[in-house]
Ligand binder design. Structure first.
Ligand code: NAD
Length: 513
């Protein structure tokens, strides 16, 4: 196995990355500024990967102005033509999939298959957007007035601000950017400071494709700290919509700021996702679904399974089988074959893991397996942990971004749903059962209160074709597939009179000489 440094050197060379990279792009790359840069180290073993410079307030402003200029022509370009540009970008990303996926693994520690999956998601959204280019439609309504036509049309919003989280360093941007660009917007992206390198790699690849295919410069990248560039974006009236992905705490703060200027937001915030395992579940399917949901990305997915509620009749059997899977799942270098659980993003994440377990025990939880920090100097590794919990324990209502799974026992569906829904967040949910009635209960108004409901599959790992997002503290946003495109446009109701008089609605009379 090559060292992380060797893998980095080879990947950098093939992607044209340098040790010191500008993190600011708007048609051209700003000069690298050593005074204002982020140092990137791999969570795999602490290897130094390089530096990325951040945007000054002036560079931020220049990027916004450039996106405003590009919007004028781009929004006038027919949508089917715009969507072919996105197709060309998706084709180009496909050629670089392996390399881009490796950068994601090096920078945020995803196991190889998940790093590759992240880039596949970009390609998938690109192809979804290609079809969307011919499916932007509005309704036509029957007018109550003679010789009148009443319909709605969708008009692009302008420059869309995208602020993304560290754990999906490229795909979440593409969910927004490819859909927004197809409907005629331009896009300004502020990635997480913990994932600056992935953003530069993506933008370098896209820049090459844009030059080759003569695509206008509709995407800008402004790396920077949340409290600097993120705050500027929140306050900036030039951005009619901010699509924000991140924690509930930061999302609430941002939403208040954007709302105070009556801007729009798409909020994709934290989850506290739960799976219910019925006595009528297929045990093998349920075990695999819960284990994948809880262990993938070392519990650092917004959709990670954080709670499992198991029917009392199979509770002990399920717990022992799951424990066995956990104890066999290999933790380590995510680029090595056979590794299931990679590193945590940083030392703070390890501390949060420790604190959450201590609180859970303090509140009456019992550790079934795990509860050990494996490494925190050369990379950040923890043992995935299962904790038997009781309904009402405060820590189980919080999102800890770590591989910790709380187990509950239930006897009736009513009880299971009560435990399931009694948390502030509402992103993803799952029910494992072969009973149609239980399934339909779970999917009814008395059932899951989440934006995503899964039957016999994991809370994690959504497809791009559906609208992605959650309820309650998760923020209510929807992104990616279905009709999420509407959020990147404004709806205009058009009334046209082609008669020789001007009849008024509701029969109102207006008599003038
Ligand atoms: P975070 O909230 O710390 O940061 C998210 C982004 O907000 C980053 O780009 C950060 O720089 C920026 N930011 C920080 N302060 C800001 C401010 N004052 N104004 C504007 N922007 C600011 O989140 P994180 O640790 O990067 O990601 C993990 C969180 O994201 C988890 O809670 C996870 O559930 C959530 N998440 C949600 C989804 C979803 O689709 N619902 C997807 C991925 C991650």
């Amino acid at each position: 196995m090559k060292s992380i440094k060797e893998i980095r050197d080879e990947t950098f060379e093939r992607l044209g990355l340098k040790e010191e990279n500008s993190g600011v792009f708007y048609g051209k790359w700003e000069k690298y500024d050593p005074e204002k840069s982020i140092e990137v180290r791999s969570p795999i073993d602490g290897t130094y990967l390089g530096k990325v410079s951040v945007a000054s307030p002036e560079q931020y402003r220049n990027a916004v102005v450039k996106m405003e200029k590009e919007f004028v022509e781009w929004s006038e370009t027919p949508a089917p033509q715009r969507s072919l540009a996105i197709k060309a970008i998706a084709d180009g990303i496909k050629e670089k999939k392996e390399l881009l996926g490796r950068i994601v693994s090096l920078e945020v520690g995803k196991v190889t298959t998940e790093g590759q999956g992240e880039i596949q998601e970009m390609i998938d959204v690109g192809y979804f957007a290609t079809g969307l280019g011919r499916q932007i439609y509005g309704l036509t309504m029957a007018s109550e007035r003679p010789y009148h036509r009443l319909y709605e049309q969708y008009i692009p919003l302008g420059v869309i601000g995208v602020i993304s989280a560290f754990n999906f360093p490229s795909s979440v941007w593409s969910w927004n950017a490819f859909i927004a660009a197809t409907v005629g917007d331009t896009v300004l992206w502020k990635p997480s400071s913990k994932a600056a390198l992935s953003s530069v790699a993506v933008m370098r690849v896209i820049e090459d494709i844009m030059v080759k295919e003569s695509i206008p410069g509709i995407f800008a990248l402004v790396n920077g700290r949340g409290r600097e560039i993120g705050e500027l974006m929140a306050e900036d009236k030039a951005l009619p919509l901010i699509s924000f992905t991140g924690s509930v705490k930061t999302g609430k703060h941002l939403a208040e700021k954007v709302a105070s200027r009556l801007g729009k937001t798409i909020l994709e915030l934290g989850g506290n996702n739960c799976a219910i395992v019925s006595e009528k579940a297929d045990m093998k399917v349920a075990l695999k679904g819960v284990a994948f949901g809880a262990l993938a990305t070392a519990g650092q997915r917004c959709t990670s399974t954080r709670r499992v509620i198991v029917h009392e009749k199979i509770y002990n059997e399920f717990r022992e089988k799951l424990k066995n899977i956990y104890e066999k799942a290999k933790t380590g270098n995510p680029l090595e074959d056979g590794i299931i659980v990679g590193p945590m993003i940083d030392d703070d994440a390890v501390s949060n893991y420790e604190k959450a377990i201590a609180k859970a025990v303090d509140q009456g939880g019992r550790v079934v397996t795990g509860n050990k920090v494996l490494e925190r100097k050369k990379g950040y590794y923890v043992q995935p942990t299962i904790i038997e919990a009781r309904y009402g324990m405060q820590i189980t209502k919080e999102e800890t971004f770590a591989p910790i799974l709380y187990m509950f026992k239930y006897s009736t569906m009513e009880e299971a749903m009560k435990i399931h829904n009694d948390v502030p967040q509402g992103l993803s949910s799952a029910m494992f059962t072969t009973d149609l009635r239980e399934e339909e209960y779970f999917l009814s108004a008395r059932g899951s209160d989440c934006g995503l409901a899964n039957i016999n599959t994991s809370t994690a790992g959504a497809e791009i074709g559906g609208a992605f997002g959650g309820e309650k503290d998760t923020g209510g946003g929807r992104e990616s597939g279905s009709d999420s495109w509407k959020l990147y446009m404004r709806r205009q109701t058009v009334t046209k009179n082609y008669g020789k008089d001007i009849p008024l609605a509701q029969g109102v009379q207006f008599k003038i000489e």
